[in-house]
Write a protein that binds this ligand. Sequence first.
Ligand SMILES: [Zn+2]
Length: 340
Amino acid sequence: MTILYQLPAFPVEEQLKSVVSILEEKLPPGAPRGVQFYLGQTRNGLLSVDAVKDVIQRTIPSQYQNSFHLPFASRYVDSQCRLDEPASEAFLGQYLALAQDLGCKTVLVHTGTTYYHPLATLPEGVDRKYQWGVRSPEDLESSKHEVYRRLHAIAVQYPNLDVALENAPLPMNNTSGIDPKKAFLNNMVTTADQIKNFIDYAKCTVENLGLCLDTNHYLRMLSAMALYEHQDPEIRGMFAAIGRREDTNLPTLTDALLSGGRLFIVQFADNNGWELGKRDVRAIAPSRNPYQLRSVIRMIQENEREIPVSFDVDETDYVARPHQRRTLDWILSGVETPIE
Ligand SMILES: [Zn+2]
């Protein structure tokens, strides 16, 4: 099947106009296209719902098929974004309504269920229940059910939206090997087993509940697992509780994702997870991991349903977007040669 090409943008006029002009310039006529509206992390302050709606309606062509990335929290805990907590219902609800009003095809959701490292000093005011190891396995299981139940409720309330839960990175914040205690853990939809578990749930409940594969999160998880194998037994044990490394290779994960046709969207993203300890703004994804990226693109092309892919590679300039332009060129040229 074909790819629905999307570029991510903060809903501000300059960025929205820029991504529309890049898509119009690069894509062949008739190629499906759209924008992924990205609101970012809650602690950075969010634009008002009305402002977002207004600017999008003024700048985005009506035939575009867009997706909406709900606000999220990573590297800190925000109960408004935790799908295992009731506060998320009202908070995320306003953005779900907005995504529907804007006629978006897909919404992307993070579970928000992050935990501080067991040895981390918690910031003041943070409940100890957010430290990994404090909740029992039964508590974690019931938190998972809360997440599933809320996602199900969202899918039922918004039948025209494909609700896509994102694979979690592991850990959220430690790919450089500097201080493992700064790691954030998330024990949901990371490994193939967890993904299968979620898909099994989604398949027997509603049609419009599925997954988002974020390639950056996937690769950060691989980097993290490799890194943690060299840590002391306690830390290795912590990872063992989340999943086995054998359960994370790309073919296994791909099989899990494609089972039941529940892969709804791909965030084709890169950043420092692609290479341990290295953040290089020139290190755009296809030149670093061409084999894995080709596999992802092939998987999408061979899939029966049209999958939106947002080309979310690191940028130095979010208006000109040289890296995203190059990635689009690479995909359109048939992904055969790694780009320089
Ligand atoms: Zn995301």
